[in-house]
Design a protein around this ligand. Structure first.
Ligand code: NAP
Length: 280
């Protein structure tokens, strides 16, 4: 007999500010599922033992965040094609005999972009700041959706070079460029600007672009959702650009994870409400 409730949760370090428990617990309740979503803040030396003892803890699924999205991979029995292509895992499905890794970040971003914001990536020019885990997921999905050109800037040049090499290898028909500064992103000629860094989360963070780079007809997507309006989004709005924070991406990646774990259709509006109530 299955002990109850089934446990799901988020692993990372730190995790205590996560909004994921709100949306997943609301969804479990609405669907009458005997399940709970919790937070597991793990030190690096605790990761392996934790993953090897999921069944003892009655854990059936996990989300994975910084800094473990790549580090969990050696402990998994199978990777989805998407997680393999992105090279990072944000969702684990656990059963008695195996751990499977998925990545729903990129698909979550793309669903929000196309379904809610009405942006069609095909043939578009994109500027992106950041070459970390989130940028990997976003660029892979933008490439799959047929963008024409992507220019990326990251202060960590080696990381950026690795990401560009990976993208060029897998999407030969798309133009990928390295920018050596924010100015080099050529935002003035872009249709979409994505901030995939954490610059803007703190009140004291600087504005990540310069004022002259914003223009009408540009969509500025900041992956940050707390605060709801970063300095970047405020400026973009003032200059007549369209804007979005990362709450929609958070919602869609969570819905996709929920569906992987439960096989049920995620209750979108209820999960959205749970997130928005907290951020009002
Ligand atoms: P990450 O792995 O730390 O990557 C961010 C990269 O940006 C790092 O290489 C960082 O370099 C670089 N960077 C920092 N400041 C920069 C600057 N001023 N100019 C250019 N590059 C800069 O982080 P991540 O996991 O990719 O996450 C990035 C952001 O996305 C975070 O705010 C995260 O919360 C958000 N996110 C949102 C969602 C969502 O669902 N909405 C999902 C995933 C991630 P350093 O390491 O030297 O700082």
């Amino acid at each position: 007999m299955t002990p109850s409730p089934k446990i799901f949760g988020l692993i990372g370090y730190p995790v205590k500010h996560s909004l994921s428990p709100l949306m997943h617990n609301a969804a479990f309740k609405a669907l009458n599922l005997d399940a709970r979503y919790g937070l597991f803040e793990l030190k690096p030396q605790e990761l392996e033992n934790f993953l090897k003892s999921l069944s003892q803890k009655n854990i059936y699924g996990l989300n994975v965040t910084i800094p473990y999205k790549e580090q969990v991979i050696p402990f998994l029995d199978r990777l989805s094609a998407q997680a393999g292509l992105i090279g990072a895992v944000n969702t684990i499905r656990a059963s008695q005999d195996k751990l499977e890794g998925f990545n729903t970040d990129g698909e979550g971003f793309l669903k929000h972009l196309t379904q809610d914001l009405g942006f069609s990536p095909e043939g578009k020019t994109v500027s992106l700041i950041g070459a970390g885990g989130a940028a990997k997921a976003v660029t892979v999905y933008l490439a799959k959706a047929g963008v024409k050109r992507v220019t990326i800037y990251d202060t960590q040049e080696e990381k950026l070079k690795d990401l560009l090499a990976h993208l060029k290898l897998n999407f030969k028909e798309i133009e990928f460029n390295q920018a050596h500064s924010i100015e080099g992103l050529n935002i003035n000629n872009s249709d979409l600007l994505v901030n995939a860094t954490s610059v803007g989360m703190k009140e004291s963070d600087p504005l990540i672009v310069s004022e002259g780079q914003m223009h009408r007809g540009l969509l500025v997507y900041d992956l940050i959702y707390n605060p709801k309006e970063t300095k970047l989004l405020k400026l973009a709005k003032e200059k007549g650009a369209l804007v979005s924070n990362g709450l929609g991406m958070l919602l869609y990646q969570g819905m996709l994870s929920f569906e992987i774990w439960t096989g049920e259709i995620a209750p979108k509006e209820l999960m959205r409400k749970a997130l928005e109530e907290k951020l009002c």
